[in-house]
Design a protein around this ligand. Structure first.
Ligand SMILES: Cc1cc2nc3c(=O)[nH]c(=O)nc-3n(C[C@H](O)[C@H](O)[C@H](O)COP(=O)(O)OP(=O)(O)OC[C@H]3O[C@@H](n4cnc5c(N)ncnc54)[C@H](O)[C@@H]3O)c2cc1C
Length: 579
């Protein structure tokens, strides 16, 4: 059964206390938590609508598997200069959720808090109140952890919070060897959502009773049972209304092809995600003056950092092994009657877990100055790129890459997908035009920093070594798929030059878009929001979502986004004397 979120159509020019723009991973948390104050009226305006029933089934993590749906925004990047060379037009399709729950309704559900040092760095960059000790309280507050627990790890975990977190409930036999393979490399098994990441782990997911649990399920839905929280869907905000004193007093939005307004007596909160939050600020005259004026937008507050500092975790596909038949998990294993009955009757089998990765390894291979902090995450994909005949993993790559994998089409296998945990490259989000319905220009600019390229070459080699572990060979008959990729065949196979060519060609984004409304102190010219997440130079306006990260966290970004929103809701309550 699909979840139906109660929604309303508000009268024109409605006045509330808080307007939250976007019901995604952050917006749902903020709205739910603010509505705990009974005297505050909160209105959420969401561009998308109700999610489909199958969004709840982990094995049909549809953003990754079924892009270009009416539930997503698809932002195509310009041709990339330093990465993604073997992709069609050297570009990447960037999927974001346009639906209740936002990208948290379409993502792969992996729950990863990052490393304690990420937050130490945020605080050290001049953001008091964002150190590890403080944010840990909020990670724990949001969480209801149902996985295995060692007594040393218990102080780091939360119990009884709104968001269910469990160990990945089902893995094909290939995934079950992952921990033993890591041990061969000296990586012991760890709970990576504690103070220690380095080691081997299986993924933890944001699920409950083996169904997806987005922020909308965990925070918004319970909040909507209160009379003071209202959600209006299919309402795209196109402008923040500022008065003559640069105070945010409301928003303009499009609903049923009409432009309407809503007003906020206390604050407007932008939680539209790391692409659309900077876009909305810029459309409202808040951003880099020169860029806005070039497009004919009147500059209200010159904030050069809006849309800059864009970071994502670059990753590399294509380092793979073939294995015995029927021990990995392709998309086809999820659409048969057996898989459906297994899920329906026992909440088990391939549909209980997201397609894609099943285990992960955190390593430090190039940062001896911080030996306890991972610089590389290697995700083990429990399927081979060609296993589904190139339908999914290879769909964005040029023909020569698809032809390269043809010999293993339909074969069982696994892959090791290296991802840089703390990339140094930065990209940008800029406006294409002043038309609010035009997508922004999303340019991740991955691997533009030379340190990222050299680390990724090391990470590719480490991935090959890991997959060659005896445990995989003994248990699964793993054989590396070792034909040289044609576009790099002129280099000695698996030499540094070969790997450089491979990495530049096969790299892509992980869709962990962050940093485009940077939280930073006054002294930083690229600062967009203060450590209390107020937009600089504008009163009564905050940004609360993944865009405020001063630097990207070391792992997948959903859990940190939920934490940001939990902390921000408390900051707002503090500012109004409610806690
Ligand atoms: C395919 C995919 C897989 C991913 N897998 C994982 C994973 O497994 N684990 C993980 O940790 N992270 C994952 N991520 C990243 C993670 O989901 C995001 O970091 C997180 O959801 C960001 O939350 P947010 O609140 O910043 O934005 P979003 O969740 O994107 O929320 C923004 C909301 O605002 C709405 N909106 C936008 N513009 C407007 C407007 N103008 N007016 C009104 N509403 C608007 C959108 O419709 C959306 O609902 C994945 C991302 C993608 C794309």
């Amino acid at each position: 059964q699909p979840v139906r979120y109660p929604s309303s159509v508000m009268p024109a020019d409605i006045i509330v206390d808080f307007i939250v723009v976007g019901s995604g991973s952050a917006g749902s948390v903020v709205a739910g938590r603010l509505s705990e104050v009974p005297e505050w009226d909160v209105l959420v305006l969401e561009a998308g609508g109700q999610p489909p029933a199958f969004a709840k089934i982990p094995g049909l993590n549809f953003g990754a598997e079924f892009p270009n749906s009416s539930y997503t925004y698809e932002y195509k990047t310009p041709p990339q200069k330093y990465s993604s060379k073997f992709r069609i037009n050297q570009a990447v399709e960037y999927t974001r959720g346009k639906v209740i729950g936002g990208t948290g309704t379409i993502n792969q559900m992996m729950h990863h808090r990052g490393n304690p040092q990420d937050y130490g760095n945020w605080a050290a960059q001049g953001n008091p109140g964002w150190d590890y000790e403080t944010v840990l309280k909020y990670f724990k507050k949001s969480e209801d952890y149902q996985g295995p627990l060692k007594s040393r790890d218990a102080p780091f975990r939360g119990f009884g919070g709104p968001l269910g977190v469990e160990k990945i409930p089902w893995m094909p036999p290939a995934g079950r060897v992952a921990i033993a393979a890591g041990e061969e490399m000296g990586l012991r098994e760890v709970d990576y959502n504690t103070d220690t990441n380095i080691g081997s782990s299986v993924f933890q997911l944001a699920i409950k009773n083996r169904e997806r649990m987005s922020s909308a399920d965990a925070f918004l839905l319970p909040g909507l049972r209160r009379r003071n929280l209202k959600l209006q869907t299919n309402s795209q905000v196109i402008e923040i209304i500022l008065n003559a004193d640069n105070k945010a007093i409301g928003v303009k939005y499009v609903h049923n092809h009409k432009v309407k307004r809503a007003f906020a007596q206390r604050e407007v909160i932008i939680s539209a995600g790391a692409a659309d939050s900077p876009k909305l600020l810029m459309l409202s005259g808040i951003g880099p003056k020169e860029h806005l004026e070039k497009l004919g937008i009147k500059s209200r507050v010159n904030l050069p950092g809006v849309g800059q500092n864009y970071q994502d975790h670059v990753m590399v596909y294509g380092i793979s092994w073939t294995i015995h038949p029927n021990v990995s998990s392709s998309i086809f294993s999820r659409i048969g009657i057996k898989a459906m009955l297994n899920y329906k009757e026992r909440r088990s089998g391939p549909l209980a877990s997201p397609l894609g990765v099943c285990a992960l390894y955190h390593l430090n291979i190039g940062s001896p100055q911080e030996p306890h902090v991972p610089d590389t995450q290697i995700n083990m994909g429990c399927a081979l790129e060609g296993q589904d005949y190139g339908l999914m993993a290879l769909s964005g790559y040029q023909q020569s890459v698809r032809d390269y994998y043809r010999p293993v089409f339909g074969r069982d296998g696994f892959s090791m997908i290296p991802m840089l945990a703390r990339p140094k490259s930065v990209g940008s989000i800029t406006l294409r035009s002043r038309n609010p319905l035009d997508p922004p220009i999303v340019d991740p600019n991955c691997l533009s920093h030379p340190d990222d390229l050299s680390l990724m070459i090391k990470a590719a080699k480490a991935s090959r070594k890991l997959g060659n572990a005896k445990a995989f060979r003994r248990a699964l008959g793993a054989e590396p798929f070792r034909d040289p990729i044609p576009d790099c065949a002129h280099f000695e196979f698996e030499s540094d030059d070969y790997w450089r060519c491979f990495v530049v060609g096969m790299s892509t984004v992980t869709a962990h878009m962050t940093g485009t409304c940077k939280m930073a102190p006054d002294s930083d010219p690229m600062a967009v929001v203060t450590p209390r997440l107020n937009v600089r130079g504008v009163k009564n306006l905050r940004v609360i979502d993944a865009s405020i990260m001063p630097s990207i966290t070391s792992g997948n970004t959903n859990a940190p986004t939920v934490m940001i929103a939990e902390r921000a809701a408390d900051l707002i309550k503090e500012d109004y004397g409610k806690i």
